[in-house]
Structure formats: C-alpha cells, structure tokens
Design a protein around this ligand. Sequence first.
Ligand SMILES: *Cc1c(COP(=O)(O)O)cnc(C)c1O
Length: 381
Amino acid sequence: MTGETGEGPVFAGARITVDLAALRANYRHLAKLASPARVAAVVKADAYGLGAAQVAVTLSELGCRDFFVAHLHEALLLKPIVGDHVDLFVLNGLPQGAESACAAAGVIPVLNSWDQAMRWQSLAVETGRRFPAAIQLDSGMSRLGLPPQDVSRLAQEAGFFDQVEVRLMMSHLACADHRDSFANHRQCRAFNALADRLPPAPRSLANSAGIFLGAAFHGELVRPGLALYGAGPFDGETSLMAPVVGLEATVIQVREAPSGTGVGYGLSFVATRPVRIATVAIGYADGWPRRMEGIGAVHFQGRRLPIIGRISMDSLTIDVTSLPEGAIGEGDAVELVGPNQTLSEVAAAVGAIPYEILTGLGRRCRRIYLDGDSLEHDRCG
Ligand SMILES: *Cc1c(COP(=O)(O)O)cnc(C)c1O
C-alpha cells in the first residue's frame, strides 16, 4: 500500500487523503442549491486540516471568489497564494494594532464591534483611501458582531460609509444544524431587520447547514466549510456530500500473544484467549481520539478490526486474530476513515462532532491529494 501511494517508507505513519475531485463536486452541488447566491469557502484552521492553500487554489479555479479564515495571521499566509482577484475575509475581526498590516496585505476584516469599525475608518481617513470590510451584526448568537444599538449608531455615521466600502453584511446561525429550530427563523428576521438599518450591501447568513434551510437563509453569499469537506451538515443524518477525506495508517508490528497478556498503557486490555495484535502508527498526537479506547475499530480489506487497549500518543493496537495468519503485516495500511467508516461515524462514536475530529487530524498526519487518477503530495508536507 505504501508503494501504491508513492510516498516511500520514511513517511510510514498516518496520512490523510484529500479527494480534490470530491471537493469540486461538493462545491458545485452547493452552488446549485444556493443559486443565485454565490458560494464562498471557509478555509479557517488550514481548511479544517485539509490544507488551506490546496483547497483555496482548487476552489478558486472553479470560480470561487470569496474565502474566509478565522485569524489575520491565517489570512496573511494565504493571501499571496490566492492572489488579489479574490476577497479574503478575517472572521475573528481586526486585532488592535494590526490595522496597517491588514490593509497592506489587502485582507478584508470582518468588523465585529464599534471599536473595530472606528479603527478601520480612522486608518482609511489617515491614508486617504477607501477600505473594504465586512460588518458582522449580532442577530442573536451573542458571539461576535455589532449589537443592535451599535448598528443604529453606525447608521448615523455617514462618514463611515464614505470611507469604508461594505462588501458584506453578515451574521452567523447558532442552531443551523437543527433544521426545525425556531431560533433559525428568529435570527434570520433579526439579521435582515438590522441590515435594513444600514446602506444596502450584499448579505450573508448561512454556513453549511444554513444552506439546507432554504432560500430565505441564502442572502447574496453563503459560507460553507464542513459540507465542502464532505461531512453531512445535520446531526445523525447520512451525508449528502461526496466524501473528501480518508485516513489510513501503517502497521508497524504484529505479535502473537497468549491468553492473559496485557496490552498497552495501564494494561487496560487483557486477552482472554490467544490473540494476534497489530500495532498501528497513529495516536492521539495525530488527532485520533484517546476516547476511542475500547469502542473504535479500523478496517483492513473490508474487515472490521477492533482497537484494543489505550490509544498511545503515536500508536494504537488492534486485534487482528480474525484475519488468517500472515494476512496483515508490517507496512500494510489500515483504514480509519473511508468507505467502511465515515468521519461522522467516528465522531459520533466518541460523542464528538465531525469538525472536532477533522481539525484534530490536521496536526501531524501527512496529507496526500488525490485528483482522479493523479496524486499530488502536500507542498508543505
Ligand atoms: C466556521 C464558520 C463557517 C463555516 O461553518 P460550517 O458549519 O463549517 O459550514 C461559516 N461562518 C462562520 C462565521 C464561521 O465561523
């Protein structure tokens, strides 16, 4: 398997595969659902661990013109890669003292407070330029954005709108993943009422799940992250999106153990019969949850192999007794996320959400990009 992926034995360990063709299919699917609204891509946290550069370049080739990251430093890294023909927004706002850096890089802050709005306007006045911005309105999530009284105040500041070009008015849904939550409609109404107080600008409310709530939630721009990356936007429903992410790891040792053998830290697993145990090179430092002890499994040639014992930092152990002797050995790859076990299933097994698992995997796993038959390695790997 390592030979097939062409990455060589020095990289034996855990690897994420990112299917760029599936990513494109998901973008097109969401574009159809959201039309005539435009579809942005949320690529914060290194595109949820998939690689912001690869994801952004792939989607900009499809015509995506709007990207969102959380932090200014993420934007500063990504901007030279995506270029000046796209809008790159910083969701967490404009850090105090970073106004010039933000302007110099051509990055667009999401102005989340009165103070941020005034600082951005001041720099525009000082430099004699008109700066683009998004304005976030707090429609009821109480996380980020101008509260209603500051929206009214801003509406009185004609000078602000001379100095700042509002590319987007946005807000974020607290309960979008609960299709029937009344809070969604309440927030949608509140958002539009707040936006009506300000000069007209394109509106954006929906994340992935919000897109599936219907046209009333789409505005002019929708902001999916997770659905692009292939996970279903609704709790407990099977994914409507093409799977983008796979996870596999290499077997690094196989041993026979008699009944009574203890396995792993704390010897928390003790064999009650003779077993064959394989050690696999992925652990919690790669983002595989420690809570998978005793409940998780991996797959090999379609067969489910239970995880036994604790998850170590760099490895875990599986029971391979059900396989014929010699069927699995050092260098073989086992599937942790793939056709036999979806990301959502892994998350549900440990009471996590797919976002949490996905962003955790990005830290050490090597990324391999698949695109039809061709295969490309992570530029930064
Ligand atoms: C993270 C985020 C998104 C994307 O959310 P998904 O659920 O991954 O689609 C959209 N908007 C804001 C403000 C976010 O913070």
